[in-house]
Design a protein around this ligand. Structure first.
Ligand code: ZN
Length: 85
């Protein structure tokens, strides 16, 4: 590290320049106030949303597979129907 802690504590630094950093207390997903139990999110739901973003929307794909499974089951049933016919 080249920079020292003193760089960040210069008295000449305008408080307005520091405020945006200190104000980062809202959920990055929905913008609601952060809950201490779910930092840096407001709820476990937003934490899950963020996680799904990181996983490339895996949760979404999983839920979209459900109707496909139904189609598959129906196709198998139809096949069975043809076999026993
Ligand atoms: Zn949120």
């Amino acid at each position: 590290m080249i920079f020292t802690a003193g760089v960040f504590t210069l008295p000449a630094m305008s408080p307005a320049a520091v405020k945006p950093l200190a104000k980062r207390r809202s959920c990055p997903i929905c913008g609601k106030p952060i809950a201490a139990a779910h930092r840096p999110f407001c709820s476990v739901r937003c934490a899950d949303v963020d996680l799904s973003h990181w996983l490339g929307g895996r949760y979404r794909i999983a839920s979209e597979e459900e109707p496909e499974m139904d189609d598959l089951a129906e196709a198998l049933r139809a096949e069975h129907g043809l076999e026993s016919d």
